[in-house]
Design a protein around this ligand. Sequence first.
Ligand SMILES: Nc1ncnc2c1ncn2[C@@H]1O[C@H](COP(=O)(O)OP(=O)(O)OP(=O)(O)O)[C@@H](O)[C@H]1O
Ligand SMILES: [Mg+2]
Length: 310
Amino acid sequence: MEEYVIEARGLTKRFGDVAAVDRLDLAVRRGEIFGLLGPDGAGKTTTIRMLCAIMDPTEGTARVAGFDTVREPEKIKERIGYMPQQFSLYGDLTVLENLIFFADIFGVGRREREERIERLLAFSRLTEFQDRRAAHLSGGMQKKLALACTLIHRPEVIFLDEPTTGVDPVSRREFWDILTELHLEGVTLFVSTPYMDEAERCSRVALMFEGRVIVCDAPERIKELVEGDLLELRPDRLREATRLIETLPGVLEVQVYGDLLHVFVDSASARAPSLQAALERAGIGVHGLRQTRPRMEEAFISLIRKRLQR
Ligand SMILES: Nc1ncnc2c1ncn2[C@@H]1O[C@H](COP(=O)(O)OP(=O)(O)OP(=O)(O)O)[C@@H](O)[C@H]1O
Ligand SMILES: [Mg+2]
C-alpha cells in the first residue's frame, strides 16, 4: 500500500488573474484526520474539488487513493466520499429515503444496503428520525445525514468541505465526535474549516491563506512556532491601550479579540508588571491580566502577519 493516500505537487488553479490555489504541496497519510484551515476565499473549496477529481488543475498534479486526478477520475470517485460545502439533500424525501437514493446512485446492492443504512442511521444518531423529511431536520441533523449519505459506498477517503459551518456549538462537537469514530475505524478524513478550534481535533493541519499553504504540521507544533509568551488583559480603553502597548519594550505583537488584548512579549514574567504600570500611568484601567497559552487562532494570525510583512 502506498504511504500517502493524498498527494499534491505544485497544484495550482487560476481563475483569470486570480490564483485560487497557488503551487500547493500536500501529502496525507492513510488514516490521518487532516484539516485544511483558512478564512473565506483562502482556496479550500477549490483545493478539495481538484483532489476529488471534479475540477482539473491549471498546473501541477495530484494523486488520491493511488490514482491521478486528471487521468483516472472515475477510479478516484469510486474510492472517495465528498461532502460539498452546499451538500444537497432532497428536502421532500425522508431521512431513510435520502439514504436509499444515495445507495442507488453509488450502486450499493439491495442486500448490502439494508445493513449499511441501519448502521449509518445509528452511527449518525438519526435512527429515531428516519421517517422525518430532510427539510424538517435541524441544521446539525442535516449535516449528519449528509455525512451518512457520503459514507453509503464505504469510501476509504472522505473529503468534507466546511461540514460544521453554521452549525451550533453542541452539534459541532457531536459532528466531530462522529468524525473521530470514523478516524478510529481507519478512514482517512480531509476536512476544511474556518474554525480554528477544530484544528485541535486533527492529526495535522494545513493553514491556507490566499491560495498558499502557510504552514502544515501537527496542531501542537504550529502553536510552538509562535515566538514569545502570551499575555491576556482587558483594558478600559482598548484602542488607546493597544497603541500604547505596541510602543513598550519587549512587546512583539498585539492582537485584539473583542474587548480582550492578546500581547506577545519576549518574557511574560519580566514584561507583565511594566505593562500594567505603563497603562496605569496613562490612566487606563487593566483587568484580568494573566499569562495564557497561544491557541491556533493566535498562531494563525501571527503567521499570516509575518507572511504579509515579507
Ligand atoms: N469558478 C470560479 N470562478 C472565478 N473565481 C473563483 C471560482 N471559484 C473560486 N474562485 C475564487 O477563488 C478564490 C478561492 O475560492 P474558494 O471557494 O476555493 O475559497 P474557500 O476557502 O473555499 O472560501 P469559503 O470559506 O468562502 O468557502 C476566491 O477568491 C474565489 O473568489
Ligand atoms: Mg469554500
